[in-house]
Structure formats: C-alpha cells, structure tokens
Design a protein around this ligand. Sequence first.
Ligand code: FE
Length: 165
Amino acid sequence: MTAFYRYYLIQITQIMKKLLFLLMLLAIVTGAFAQKFAVTKTDEEWKKILTPEQFEVTRKAGTERPFTGELLNNHETGTYYCVCCGQALFSSKTKFESGTGWPSFYASISKQNVGERTDNSLGMERTEVYCTRCGAHLGHVFNDGPQPTGLRYCMNSAALKFLKQ
Ligand code: FE
C-alpha cells in the first residue's frame, strides 16, 4: 500500500465518520420534534375504516365543498367526536350559524383534545385544527367568531361523528 493510498483511506474514513455523526444528530432532532399520536395507522389502515371523503379530509388535510356536510344543519343536543379515533372534540352548546357552509363552533371541548398548528398552505397563514389523539385534520380556527370567545372553529363535517345526548 502506498503512503498516498493510506492517507486517502484515512481521509475517507474521517469524512464518513463526520457524515454518520451528522445523520445521527439529524435523526435525534427530527425525532424530538415529530409529533407522536396515541392512535397511529397507515394510510391503508385508515382507508379501511373511513369513506374516501373522510380519508381525504382527515388524513390528507382536504376540505369538503361548502354546504355539503351532513352535520352543517344539525341542531341536536350532543357531542361531536373525531371520525377517525372517537375523541370528543366539540359540544353542540358551542355550535353556531356562521353562514360559511361548514359546521362552526365558538369553542372546542378542550385544548388537550383539539390542537392547533400553523398552516402556511395556499399562500396564506392560517391556524389548522387537529385531533390530538390521532392527528386528524379537522379544519381551521379564525378570530372572527361570536362571543364569548370571538373564535370561529370552521370544521369539516366529514371529520366529525355526532352522538346525540
Ligand atoms: Fe382523532
């Protein structure tokens, strides 16, 4: 083995070690920031228990066409649950007529159940609302709602399951 070849090998090994270290660092950092949900399923598993529309809305952050949702004009007393995992999300007590074409609420059942994260899609900054148990996309929350909160949770009917009390 020539001296040059040996030097070359050492250099390569050093570079590989540095790369490996960076990769491990990256894995630790992304692992720490990635959200873990109590209920996790693959797309194939979700498709087995959801309709195509429910899957598109909750798992792919889709939006149902306005004025098409089954629960838009629901005025029964009861609770709205996550269609994916069954976690309680909204009470009929906070439902109001927003005129937008989507079921609207001025409050969620709790911040523990209904999470919020920034959504920069479609060239605007909005606050996305999701189920904290399974990560299902539910809709968005805006600051133009009625009192007492001034909030408008604009939900997809397809993301919700209603149970009468
Ligand atoms: Fe859920």
